[in-house]
Design a protein around this ligand. Structure first.
Ligand code: HEM
Length: 486
């Protein structure tokens, strides 16, 4: 409309000078979220950069991000039309597809399926908890084996398998164990996924990089192969479910999604391909994030033995050593909850959300952003805002406790890692339950110790999630023997 056009003439988006061809690609550095925060100091919380020939708007700071994603929720709910996004979940998932009427139905189906299998009623809540506890106990056994004879080990792969098993148990009614080779091989390569779809990846903004051999091109080729293999694995399982589907018995989330998408009247605009896409989305989103969170949890426990002892004291007092922890213990373990929130804030391990795009022209903070602009949302800037957090660079779980040691919920809600608005993570509740139970069970059984020959650094690799670099721990049994019964 006229006033938007007039506005456009007056206010240009601020931002750094962009070089021809590459734009600002060479300035992003190893950790683009830190560069974005630095640029915000110079240009304000809304500014524009250029990657290749794409204009990209970067949003920083809690107030600006809230205004954009909550007050202009529909305008910022799109996803860019990136080539890499079309390789994910056979192109028919919900996560990487843009905003539309069909997408809204799709998201609702995925969201209510997760709720139905994790929290809708007591029976399902308990079944979900049992899956996690069983998986955590399996992890305990594996850690014990890997720590035998005083050995140190890298927990990375076992954590990925454990998180994958929880989401596979929900989706397929079956876990795959730590020894199933086909599944394990697939998982060894899955952590490469985030490097291509994370904000700042060059695959989609410089298509000419695909025309001659270079690391971006080979990275993209293996990204496509991993996606194809992973999607084929999921699709085959969904097809098996379809063949044995009984409308009177919903065995797991795949059956539930088959029930609402395949068997529904066609007016939803969704097809069988979307059923497979949805299941692939949930497994993909559910395994890498939770395992990365646990990776950081173990690293921070090993790095802060004083905090670890305090957590164990609380667990011994509230739960003791005669029974296994349960989700009901969560409300009585404030320091542990504070530790988990501080781990999420301090590591900000999903520093920038999956890229968004604008669904129509929009004005934010007095600045005009045209329809179909790619938008990066810098969650890290919220978690490290010095106005909000005292000494943000210090790891201090107690910052979330009041003077009586009670968790301050108004502070925990300021941590931004699951995003907000129409694209907010739909797995946040199940992720929190998983992280709580894995952490409390490991801490009840073990003391996590660092390898004295290695410096435990916080260096990490950048992608959709930040992953700690190779580190080793030893899991030292706390009691004379393992607890095995609930
Ligand atoms: C999206 C974080 C676990 C399912 C997202 C996004 C973030 C995120 C930042 C992108 C939001 C945006 O683009 O604005 C996390 C973190 C997790 C976690 C930190 C663990 C600690 C899970 C789990 C599931 C899940 C366990 C499901 C099983 C999804 C889905 C989306 C999503 C389906 C796409 C939503 C959409 O595009 O509308 N998550 N997530 N996530 N997450 Fe999670």
């Amino acid at each position: 409309c006229l006033w938007v056009r007039n506005f456009r003439l007056k206010k240009r988006l601020p931002g750094p000078f962009a070089w021809p061809v590459v734009g600002n690609a060479m300035q992003l550095g190893q950790m683009p979220h830190l560069t974005f925060a630095k640029l915000a100091k110079k240009y304000g919380n809304v500014y524009q950069i250029k990657l290749g020939c794409n204009n990209i708007v970067v949003l920083n700071g809690e107030a600006t991000i809230r205004k954009a994603l909550l007050q202009h929720s529909t305008e910022f709910a799109g996803r860019p039309n990136f080539t890499s996004f079309q390789s994910v979940s056979g192109g028919n998932g919900m996560t990487f597809n843009s905003y539309s009427k069909e997408w809204r139905i799709h998201r609702k189906i995925a969201q209510s399926t997760i709720r139905a299998f994790s929290s809708a009623n007591n029976e399902n809540k308990k079944a979900f908890e049992m899956h996690i506890v069983a998986e955590a106990m399996d992890l305990v056994q594996t850690f014990l084996k890997l720590s035998s004879n005083g050995q140190y080990f890298n927990p990375s792969h076992e954590l990925t398998v454990a998180a994958a098993n929880v989401i596979c148990a929900l989706c397929f009614g079956k876990r795959y164990g730590h020894d199933e080779q086909e599944f394990r091989t697939l998982l060894t390569r899955i952590d490469k996924f985030g490097e291509t779809v994370g904000a700042g990846s060059l695959v989609d903004v410089m298509p000419w990089l695909q025309s001659f051999p270079n690391p971006v091109r080979s990275g993209f080729q293996s990204f496509k192969e991993i996606n194809k293999e992973f999607f084929t694995f999921v699709k085959n399982k969904v097809i098996q479910h379809r063949e044995t589907y009984n409308p009177n018995v919903t065995r797991d989330m795949s059956d539930a999604i088959i029930g609402v998408i395949d068997k529904a009247d066609s007016h939803t605009g969704l097809t069988e391909a979307h059923t497979e896409g949805t299941v692939a989305d949930l497994i993909g989103a559910g395994l890498d994030t939770v395992s990365t969170a646990m990776h950081w949890v173990l690293l921070l426990l090993a790095k802060h033995p004083d905090i670890q002892s305090k957590l164990q004291e609380d667990i011994d007092r509230v739960i003791g050593r005669e029974r296994l922890p349960s989700i009901e213990d969560k409300n009585n373990l404030d320091y542990l909850n504070a530790f988990i929130y501080e781990t999420m804030r301090y590591t900000s391990f999903v520093p920038v959300t999956i890229p968004h795009s604008t669904t129509c022209d929009v004005i934010i903070e007095g600045l005009f952003i045209p329809k179909d602009t790619v938008v990066f949302i810098n969650q890290w800037s919220v978690n490290y805002d010095p106005e909000k957090w005292k000494d943000p660079h210090v790891f201090n779980p107690s910052r979330f406790l009041d003077e009586n040691g009670i968790l301050d919920k108004s502070l925990t809600s300021n941590v931004m890692i699951f995003s907000i608005g129409k694209r907010r993570c739909i797995g946040d509740q199940i992720a929190k339950v998983e992280i709580f139970l894995f952490t409390v069970i490991l801490l009840q059984q073990f003391t996590i110790e660092k390898d004295p020959s290695q410096d435990l650094s916080l260096h990490c690799s950048y992608g959709l999630s930040l992953k700690p670099l190779n580190y080793k721990i030893h899991a030292k049994l706390r009691g004379a023997h393992l607890l095995v019964k609930t």
